[in-house]
Design a protein around this ligand. Structure first.
Ligand code: ZN
Length: 201
């Protein structure tokens, strides 16, 4: 066990940051040093931003996105095409697709994928609301932007069945999504190709 080089407050900050995706203990130490060096320019605004988001973050009751307003920024954006609804597993996938910037669509976040092994069934996902949205709305095409994992594909088929009797085209991502691939980890170019080449379910 190496000896501590800093007091408990600093060690605690390092340990918390090290839990973030993409950061390990080494990167967390570097980040903390940078924050300490730039206390006024970086650490203080970061602390305020964290508190702000912590106090205001909500889940959108329409689509399941996270934002500081409900309905969220995406749902209230009138420039988006209401006929195109993209179904994703997680908020990270929504944000990744938006980074790729190929679709001018609305989204629906399921909150996961069906996974019998992990005990995730249809009732655990945001599916009722999806059917309701397709039922009431102006939606003409549902794009299933789910990862090319077994669970992702099982979920895609389940949703296709669920929407079978509704007057809506159901498509899914095509080429470019590696088997076993999670959307959030794909580069924008790959995501963009997969969206453009989407195929009918
Ligand atoms: Zn929303």
């Amino acid at each position: 066990m190496p000896r501590a080089v800093a007091g408990p407050e600093i060690e605690r900050l390092i340990q918390l940051l090290a839990r973030l995706p993409g950061l390990g203990p080494r990167s967390a130490r570097r980040a903390v040093l940078q924050l300490i060096k730039r206390r006024e320019a970086l650490m203080a605004p970061l602390a305020r931003a964290l508190t702000d988001v912590h106090d205001k973050v909500v889940e959108c009751q329409i689509c399941g996105n996270v934002d500081v307003c409900d309905p969220c920024t995406v749902c209230t954006d009138v420039s988006r095409d209401p006929r195109l609804l993209v179904v994703v597993a997680e908020v990270g996938d929504l944000w990744a697709l938006e980074r790729a910037g190929v679709l001018n669509a609305r989204y629906h976040v399921l909150g996961g994928v069906l996974s019998p092994l992990d005990g995730v069934g249809p009732d655990d996902l945001n599916l009722a609301k999806l059917v309701e949205r397709v039922h009431d709305g102006a939606v003409a095409e549902v794009v299933l932007a789910l990862g090319a994992t077994v669970d992702g594909q099982t979920t895609a088929h389940y949703i296709t069945d669920l929407l079978r009797d509704l007057p809506v085209r159901v498509t899914r991502l095509a080429q470019g999504v590696p088997v076993g691939g999670e959307l959030d980890y794909l580069d924008e170019g790959t995501l963009s190709a997969a969206i453009r080449a989407r195929t009918q379910m």
